[in-house]
Design a protein. Structure first.
Lengths: 355, 338
């Protein structure tokens, strides 16, 4: 039988080789941060880290039900991009979304309370971890279906262009989502119509439990737009300065009317895909090496101490402040009441006006 | 015989089928190296190699589309869509290609394809990880749709599906993977090992498509159920003491109409039960069939007990879920109805 004869050949399964984060050539001479910029990046990234650690704990305690995809390890991506963006620029992402919300300035309380499914959550308990929004902060979700947000982000960019707002849509997705067909439909339309969108591909090297090279024929995601003529570059996504610099370039390109731009952020998630994932598809050494050699927060912390002579006490004060915010959010999310049963039936369609 | 959970029984069905037929291939997201997020394909890649059990990119339309091509050229793909909620990008391929290949080619080409999908709530996944989209498949001519309720049926039905000459949608209730969940979410979960239907032959056997089974005989009212809801129905009958006859449909298309008509003609009352939303749900089809075929036996209007017409909520899963309390109330109501 033809099939049996091919057993050893198709489909090719490359070895799950763990490659260390490639330091892009640019990272050696990227623009340095000022003291204030490094302090800002440190604070913001630490908030995400501590928030996610707390969410992980609360999940373990049974306070958070369902899904919870932690952003730990990837903090530099969204913070660097936010440092490159302007007010009014939109953010849209997939289900690993807590970090993006905090980076957009959404309140820790409201995010945590949505994780615990409470009244004070951003979606009043209707959405959960993967489905949250804030019009005020230009955060367009929080989407649980892999890759589905990429077309939406392209539509946001069309609206940016149509309304003449001079704003840019920052559309985030992962290396896994990059294999969805609608991503390429979006690339085509974005380029065809020269839409102001930056496609930020967060390549954390694992699409759920499958290593990049097991699922992707072209693992250089910056080249995924080549056939559409969309420029792209690989960025050291563990270095917040490299992210901001590339982000400035990409956003300027999009804002100036030249159309879409692709940034492949080479990053790494320390935790499993979700809370139920023991991450047995990679070695502990690999994770340990990333933590020790490439941690985005430790890089900034080291610079603060070395270049700006920030003392331990000052760093501890920042840490304490961040913990206070996170503990307050956890406290709120634990004691905020659950949604009223009637809430089940609201917000499905616009209610007819009463009387 | 061995004691199996639903997961083990499903895995065993694929194992047996792959062992018997080289044309059976298994793939999907995280299915190969990782063994599936619910572990249904664990160990199959080691046993059968990477050309017969392998990982696919996150590309549902592409996964289903390539599987249809494989099936048209003589293979028997048994593919996994990680959650039924992820099926929508592939829906065009399922409806326009898989379901229509035989008709379009006047029988020249066929599509012996099985698409496995975990369905229903149970893990607080909210709107994108909890839906029960069976009616979207039963509405499509050219597809068969199965929802097993226990390990024995799951294995026998899955083998039958893999051996079936046409495309089959195989919906696996997530709530049942590890135990016969009866809707009493405030009680400890019982394990499959304590349930008689976890006794599963290790080798080959089939459960025929289109055959319902009576899970509880009774004379007062017929409950039509499938998947998780079979266990909810058993619990509600127990809780209320109402002598319900519980029919486990097992396959929705083809449907065992004879079993339904026989039971409802005997009891004169019928409740249709499913976790999916009410409007245009499969329960509407069942209620219509009962009305057409049993009208002169009915002593009360056919009732539907289902999920509400809302998106699947995150925090309020138990307000949404039609558990034993809601069904129990319906049982009392239908017994009083005239």
């Amino acid at each position: 039988m033809a099939v049996a004869a091919r057993k050893s050949k198709a489909p090719a399964q490359p070895k799950a080789a763990a490659r260390p984060a490639k330091a892009t050539p640019a990272s050696s001479n990227i623009a340095t941060f000022t003291r204030e910029e490094d302090l800002h990046a440190y604070r913001e990234m630490l908030l995400i880290r501590r928030f996610e650690e707390k969410a992980g704990q609360m999940y373990g305690m049974g306070l958070i039900g369902g899904f919870c995809h932690l952003y730990i390890g990837q903090e530099a991506v969204v913070i660097g991009m936010q440092m490159a963006s302007k007010d009014g620029d939109q953010v849209i992402t997939g289900y690993r979304d807590h970090g993006h919300m905090l980076a957009c300035g959404m309140e820790s309380r409201g995010v945590m309370a949505e994780l615990t499914g409470r009244r004070g959550g951003y979606s009043r308990g209707k959405g959960g971890s993967m489905h949250m929004f804030s019009r005020e902060k230009n955060f367009y979700g929080g989407h649980g279906i892999v890759g589905a947000q990429v077309s939406l982000g392209t539509g946001l960019a069309f609206a940016d262009w149509y309304r003449g707002d001079n704003t840019v849509s920052m559309t985030y997705f992962g290396d896994g989502a990059a294999n969805q067909g609608q991503v390429y439909e979006s690339f085509n339309m974005a380029k065809l119509w020269k839409l102001p969108v930056v496609f930020v591909i967060e390549n954390n090297r694992y699409a759920m439990g499958t290593a990049v090279n097991r699922a992707s024929a072209q693992t250089d995601f910056s080249k995924r737009g080549v056939s559409f003529g969309i420029p792209g570059e690989q960025v050291d996504g563990m270095d917040v300065r490299a992210v901001r610099e590339a982000g400035l370039r990409a956003i300027e390109h999009a804002r100036s009317g030249k159309g879409p731009y692709i940034l492949e952020m080479q990053t790494y998630r320390y935790r499993g895909h979700s809370m139920s994932d023991p991450a047995k598809y990679r070695s502990k050494d690999e994770v340990q090496r990333m933590r020790e050699e490439h941690d985005p927060i430790e890089q900034v912390r080291a610079r603060l101490v070395r270049d700006f002579k920030i003392g331990e006490d000052d760093l501890k004060a920042i840490d304490a402040k961040v913990r206070e915010i996170v503990n307050d959010a956890a406290e709120f999310a634990t004691h905020d009441p659950e949604p009223d049963p009637s809430e089940l039936f609201t917000d499905i369609l616009l209610e007819p006006a009463q009387g | 015989m061995a004691k199996m959970t639903m997961i083990e029984a499903i895995r065993s069905a694929m194992d047996v089928s792959m062992g018997r037929d080289d044309n059976v291939v298994v793939f999907g997201e995280d299915v190969g190296f990782f063994g599936g997020v619910f572990r249904c394909t664990h160990g199959l890649q080691q046993k059968y190699g990477v050309s017969r059990c392998f990982d696919a990119p996150i590309s549902e339309a592409g996964i289903v589309g390539t599987a249809i091509g494989m099936a048209a050229y003589g293979l028997r793909p048994c593919i996994e869509i990680q959650f039924a909620d992820y099926m929508y990008p592939a829906y065009d391929q399922i409806v326009s290609e898989a379901a229509r290949l035989r008709y379009r080619s006047a029988g020249d080409f066929t599509c012996p394809l099985v698409i496995r999908m975990p369905t229903g709530g149970g893990i607080f996944g909210g709107q994108t990880h909890s839906q029960s989209p069976e009616a979207l498949f039963t509405h499509v001519s050219g597809l068969k749709t199965i929802v097993p309720s226990n390990p024995y049926d799951a294995k026998g039905l899955l083998i039958a599906a893999i051996e079936d000459p046409d495309p089959v949608i195989f919906l696996e209730p997530k709530r049942l993977y590890n135990g016969p969940f009866d809707g009493h979410h405030d009680r400890p979960v019982t394990a499959w090992s304590k349930h008689e239907l976890s006794e599963v032959p290790e080798g080959h056997y089939t459960v025929p498509l289109g055959k319902a089974v009576t899970r509880r005989e009774g004379g007062a009212v017929t409950i039509l159920a499938y998947g998780t809801m079979v266990h909810v129905a058993l619990a509600a009958a127990e809780d209320t003491g109402i002598d319900a006859e519980i029919i486990d449909l097992r396959t929705l298309v083809p449907l065992d109409l004879e079993a339904i008509v026989t039971s409802v003609s005997k009891t004169g009352r019928c409740i249709v039960l499913h976790e999916a939303t009410l409007t245009s749900g499969f329960g509407g089809e069942l209620a219509a069939l009962v009305q057409e075929h049993c009208f002169y036996h009915l002593e009360a209007p056919v009732m539907r007990v289902t999920g509400w017409d809302t998106p699947y909520p995150h925090a309020q899963e138990w307000d949404y879920f039609p558990g034993p309390a809601r069904l129990g109330q319906a049982l009392r109501d239908i017994m009083e109805a005239r």
